[in-house]
Write a protein that binds this ligand. Structure first.
Ligand SMILES: Cc1ncc(COP(=O)(O)O)c(C=O)c1O
Length: 414
């Protein structure tokens, strides 16, 4: 089976990561998927990243592919497929629906729901689909016990302890007691104890709170929880602490498993992390020129005329806008690639379109493909999500997750 675009416009391929709800397919109905704007996803890059990351961790340490938020916008199913093929042993999702999507797609690997499931109905679905919930309180543990007792098999759960993130998880001081209480529940299996780092992308060696480096403090607290659990002769199950930044920062943070999101998709959480590892960006965002205009100097472009041409200009209208996930904040601050040349976007980015100044690229034709994020096949130039996130004061995670399903997800060729 091939997801590649056939050259015949009459035979569009199935979009990658088609959502079981069918929503992912709707945007391309009636039109060729590469007609307007689209996202290309390289499964080969995902697999290569998993292999590179696995080489950087101890042989016995597992890699969890974090595929929440539809695989950070890449499509959870193709990402999970590529990650598992390269040796990821389990998946992390945020919601019940994301876990169910993986099960419906036929994945049998362990899946940990990293978000909080509080309702009995959600936990029942979790049990039925053999998804592992995160437990932060005794209330959730008792709900799981009630649901699982009588089902004939224990429900595997992971206990989360908060060591400094101050989000999900039991207070780390309460962790050992909670682990002991959970271990008393005969229908529950404590499959893991984990925590989450709040600032593992901080510059190395820099103090980030009054007690010293925050990751070091979180590590101490986490180890203290594990030590007390061991002193009670309880099995902690799988121990895990590191996200991408923790994974790239220090082997001391790896334990039995690392939970990798951003790096899986080919991006570093901070420039100083993971320099020794080659990561390949898996996403490319492209769009087609739908109209070319010749205008004189002094013409205002797009809403509010935020840009006035300073010379006789050639302008290209490209069919992608903020409703597709290109932040409007980037208006006049992004460039697109065409055959190795960076061309400036001008005027306000609108809901569905933007205007590019192509005066310096006389060869660009109607229907040409421009690259907004990622690289081109015939040049070394590349635009990373970091350049967008820096320009609009956010983080690469938000840029990647921001692309809407109106953009078909297609398998990258080659
Ligand atoms: C609990 C947990 N673990 C791991 C990750 C993966 O993080 P990253 O994308 O920084 O690797 C996340 C993502 O936010 C998370 O919430």
């Amino acid at each position: 089976m091939s997801d590649r675009l056939s050259q015949s416009p009459g035979r569009p391929p199935a979009p990658l990561g088609a959502n079981p709800t069918g929503l992912a397919d709707q945007p391309v109905l009636g039109t060729h998927p590469r007609q307007r704007a689209w996202v290309e996803v390289s499964e080969a890059a995902i697999s290569a990243n998993v292999r590179a990351l696995r080489r950087s961790i101890a042989p016995g340490c597992q890699l969890m592919a974090v595929v929440k938020a539809d695989g950070y916008g890449h499509g959870a199913v193709p990402v999970a497929r590529a990650a598992a093929a390269a040796g990821a042993s389990c998946f992390g999702v945020a919601t019940l629906g994301e876990g169910l999507e993986l099960r419906q797609a036929g994945f049998h690997e362990p899946v940990l729901v990293l978000g909080n499931l509080t309702q009995p109905e959600e936990l029942r679905n979790c049990l039925q689909a053999e998804l592992m919930p995160t437990i932060s309180t005794m209330r959730e543990a008792l709900l799981c016990q009630n649901l699982a007792s009588g089902s004939g098999r224990p429900m595997a759960v992971h206990l989360k302890v908060d060591t400094g993130m101050t989000r999900l998880g039991a207070d780390w001081q309460d962790g050992p007691g909670l682990a002991a209480a959970i271990s008393e529940l005969e229908s529950i299996r404590l499959a893991g104890i984990y925590s989450h780092l709040a600032h593992a992308d901080a510059p190395m060696g820099q103090d980030s709170d009054k007690d010293g480096d925050l990751s070091r403090l979180q590590l101490q607290r986490y180890e203290s929880v594990l030590g007390e659990v061991q002193n009670q002769n309880l099995a902690a199950g799988c121990r895990h602490l590191a996200n991408s930044a923790g994974t790239l920062r220090s082997p001391n943070l790896h334990f039995d498993l690392v939970r990798v999101g951003l790096a899986l998709y080919g991006h570093r959480p901070a420039a100083h992390l993971g320099g020794a590892i080659t990561l390949l960006p898996a996403m490319r965002v492209r769009a087609r020129v739908s109209l070319l205009r010749e205008v004189p100097a002094g013409v205002g472009v797009s809403y509010g005329h935020r840009f006035i041409t300073q010379r006789a200009s050639r302008l290209a209208v490209v069919g992608i806008g903020y409703a597709d996930g290109v932040p409007r904040l980037l208006s006049g601050r992004l460039s697109v690639l065409h055959r190795g040349r960076l061309l400036p976007q001008v005027g306000a980015i609108t809901m569905d379109q933007m205007v590019i100044d192509v005066t310096d690229d006389p060869d660009l034709e109607l229907g040409a493909t421009v690259t907004l994020l990622g690289g081109e096949d015939d040049s070394d130039a590349r635009i990373g999500p970091e350049s967008w996130s820096e320009a609009c004061g956010t983080i690469p995670w938000e840029i990647l997750c921001g692309f809407k399903h109106r953009l078909p997800r297609l398998r990258a060729e080659g």
